[in-house]
Design a protein around this ligand. Structure first.
Ligand code: G
Ligand code: G
Ligand code: MN
Ligand code: NA
Length: 249
């Protein structure tokens, strides 16, 4: 059995799981959101990393089915956690480049939300700069009009110009963890992180720091008025039941 055929079967049987990683408000300490991260454990108990199975799904033409499966799991997760999270809580889903242009994505989003009776404004869509390189702005506008918020993932690692990004209807910038990794020891990482926070302000975007692992990084980001943070310091991505425990306590 090839990995591709195993993946196909796992998608059909809804055996792709989602873990949730909390996004913490640096002022209130509240969990204001979470990122949905796909997880796959094969029948013989082998964990395959998303860095492996997401590109494989893309290559094999399975991406729209995989995303549909992840959306179903994400909506189910939202329904289960909603009693324990604040009104403003949003669940963020990663959408890759190929999919954004695919009309199936929009159908899939509508279908799943209707099925679960959930509003689009409880969801954020995380896009990488690569996904936005040749994007039709109307695609983003229609997602916004549907009620989704849009986040730019791994900000600072791509090649897009700020003037281009500024024309896109982006709500949130996520500071890539490569910048956060060397804060607060490295002067240039400090300056870059500050610059990104200031760019986010100028673009009227909320800002999320990724990959926060230490209390020193946390203190620095709080001092710089970064709004939200995500990383192992608060929690790794958690299975649903553990996430509920995390937000309850
Ligand atoms: O979850 P980390 O734990 O290992 O994720 C590795 C990479 O896989 C990240 O770049 C992440 O954005 C991507 N990834 C994880 N889950 C999903 C998903 O549901 N859809 C897409 N498109 N990418 C995902
Ligand atoms: O590319 P994207 O930002 O979507 O990927 C999120 C990835 O980052 C996931 O693989 C997730 O497991 C990982 N991650 C989350 N928090 C941390 C952290 O604090 N440190 C590191 N090194 N990785 C993290
Ligand atoms: Mn992401
Ligand atoms: Na990222």
């Amino acid at each position: 059995l090839t990995l591709e055929s195993m993946l196909r079967e796992a998608i059909d049987n809804r055996q792709i799981d989602v873990h949730l990683q909390p996004k913490v408000n640096l002022v209130s300490g509240e969990v204001e959101g979470a990122e949905v991260l796909a997880r796959w454990t094969t029948a013989d108990n082998e964990r395959i990393a998303p860095d492996v199975f997401i590109p494989l799904a893309e290559q094999a033409g399975l991406m729209s089915r995989l995303t549909h499966c992840i959306l179903v799991k994400a909506c189910d997760a939202f329904t289960r956690i909603s009693p324990f999270v604040p009104e403003s809580f949003r669940l963020a889903v990663n959408i890759s480049a190929g999919e954004l242009a695919d009309e199936n994505l929009h159908k899939s989003l509508r279908r799943v939300l209707t099925e679960f009776n959930l509003a689009a404004d409880r969801f954020e869509i995380e896009l990488t700069e690569t996904a936005l390189i040749d994007v039709d702005i109307n695609t983003l506008v229609s997602l916004k009009e549907a009620g989704f918020t849009l986040a730019l993932d791994d900000f600072g690692t791509g090649y897009s110009s700020l003037s281009y990004l500024n024309r896109l209807p982006i709500d949130t910038l996520k500071i890539d963890r490569s910048f956060i990794a060397n804060v607060p020891e490295d002067g240039s990482s400090i300056n870059l992180t500050r610059s990104i926070i200031s760019i986010a302000r100028d673009m009227n975007c909320q800002v999320v720091a990724e990959g926060v692992e230490s209390s020193e990084q946390h203190a620095f980001l709080e001092k710089e008025n970064c709004e939200l943070a995500q990383g192992y310091l608060y929690s790794k991505p958690l299975p649903l039941t553990e996430f509920v425990e995390f937000v309850k306590t």
